[in-house]
Design a binder for this molecule. Structure first.
Ligand SMILES: Cc1ncc(COP(=O)(O)O)c(C=O)c1O
Length: 416
């Protein structure tokens, strides 16, 4: 039996992840594999740690990727800091807040959740009140909710946590590399990024960083190995040691740090990919990259509004890397997405739970965040909506975006 050559269609990917992978990253992935303890490879590991510190704008000692998708990083962070019975406050404003709650529960936390309507975010004072009321030892929350296209301000919450000696853990999977995430300045103790979003690297690694407060907690939960500890010691430890081997950040530290103790077998080609993604990002410059994301977001919004469509979500809380659009009355949201994919090779996203069928989500992340992609998605969406009989302002979407691109005073920051 023979199978056809792998031959995937060329797509314009405008979802909130995965974003298109930078061709340079794809080329780096074809680099020959070397052993994980080969000095040629451990040098690469050290470089990636250094580049991650720059990405996270942190002086933290620990910054490395966990192998697995973004939730592997989230799970590693939570598994490593939550001791069974710890009270964890999780403010929820979309689907990924629920994911944090679920992971916290699985690791034995007593979870206190606070909710706000999808499409809105919290006033920091509200969270601080809840902190006062519930006295958690950890606050875990999402910075950028891809499910609603909203972004939570974190600085005041981070400072409030630090003043009360509470650990502040943040899922910044959809924001890191696309918009500002100031880990040290905002007093974030542990934060997780995503490769498949604003870094334009395939899914499969979860970069994270944490400070000495988290490191101290991890050190207090170190497991003495079976065969070394006495049975009595093992029994005493069982309440505190990290309930995962794969996600034990203490063990990962021993592998990523100078001891180089064997843990898992490193995903070599993914690390090449991450290194190249970070190299591209640092060549572009963090500030320039954030500006590029904001610049194309503006053109996209102008086009959407020009067409006569409405945005979803609290305006001041809009996440620059994801734009949510209300599906016009009577339109079958998924059939529009199918026509875009089949007719134009363009992928946009639906949303989850209460928002499924109610909004479309367009991602402008990393390598996907380019002028040609924004113009293509606007032109195609308009065409599909006209076919579906929606009374859009014909011809205005692309023109409105072009007006943004052609404003003489504004130059496109780096056209990828
Ligand atoms: C904000 C946020 N957190 C976590 C995740 C989970 O990431 P993954 O699917 O890579 O495990 C996603 C994925 O879309 C996300 O958008």
């Amino acid at each position: 039996m023979t199978y056809r050559d792998l031959n995937t269609p060329i797509r314009t990917i405008m979802t909130p992840g995965p974003a298109e992978v930078d061709p340079r990253v794809l080329r780096a992935m074809a680099t020959p594999v070397v052993g994980q303890f080969d000095p040629a490879f451990t040098d690469i590991m050290n470089e990636v740690m250094e580049m991650l510190r720059a990405l996270f704008q942190t002086k933290n000692k620990w910054a490395f990727p966990v192998d697995g998708t973004s939730r592997s990083g989230i799970e590693a962070m939570l598994a490593s800091v939550i001791r069974p019975g710890d009270r964890v406050l999780v403010p929820v404003y979309g689907r990924f807040g629920h994911l944090l709650m679920e992971i916290c529960e699985r690791y034995g936390a007593e979870v206190e959740a606070v909710y706000t309507e999808w499409g809105t975010v919290f006033e920091p004072a509200e969270i601080i009140r809840k902190i006062e009321e519930t006295k958690p030892s950890i606050v875990a929350m999402v910075h950028a909710e891809t499910s609603t296209g909203c972004m939570q301000t974190l600085k005041k919450i981070g400072h409030a946590c630090r003043e009360r000696d509470i650990l502040f853990i943040v899922d910044a999977v959809a924001s890191v590399g696309g918009t500002e995430v100031r880990v040290d300045e905002w007093c974030i103790d542990g934060v997780i990024a995503g490769t498949q979003k604003c870094l334009s690297v395939p899914s499969g690694m979860a970069p994270l960083t944490y400070n000495d407060r988290v490191e101290k907690r991890i050190a207090s939960r170190k497991k003495t190995e079976r065969g070394i500890a006495t049975e009595e010691e093992l029994k005493q430890q069982s309440d505190i040691f990290i309930r995962s081997n794969y996600f034990d950040l203490g063990m990962l530290q021993d592998y990523w740090g100078p001891r180089r103790l064997n843990h898992h077998t490193e995903a070599t080609s993914m690390l090449y990919a991450l290194r190249e993604g970070l190299r591209i990002l640092l060549e572009e410059g963090l500030e320039e990259r954030f500006e590029r994301h904001a610049f194309h977001e503006k053109a996209l919004i102008a086009g959407i509004k020009g067409m006569g469509l409405e945005l979803f979500g609290q305006k001041e809380a809009k996440l620059p890397t994801v734009t949510c659009i209300k599906v016009p009355e009577g339109v079958e949201a998924d059939s529009v997405r199918s026509m875009l994919l089949e007719g134009f090779g363009i992928e946009i996203a639906s949303s989850f739970g209460p928002l499924h069928g109610k909004i479309w989500r367009i991602g402008t992340m990393g390598y996907s965040c380019r002028r040609e992609n924004v113009l293509a998605v606007l032109g195609a969406l308009e065409a599909v909506l006209i076919r579906q009989g929606v009374p859009v302002n014909r011809g205005e979407a692309v023109q409105a975006a072009l007006d943004c691109y052609m404003k003489p005073a504004v130059k496109a920051p780096i056209e990828a």
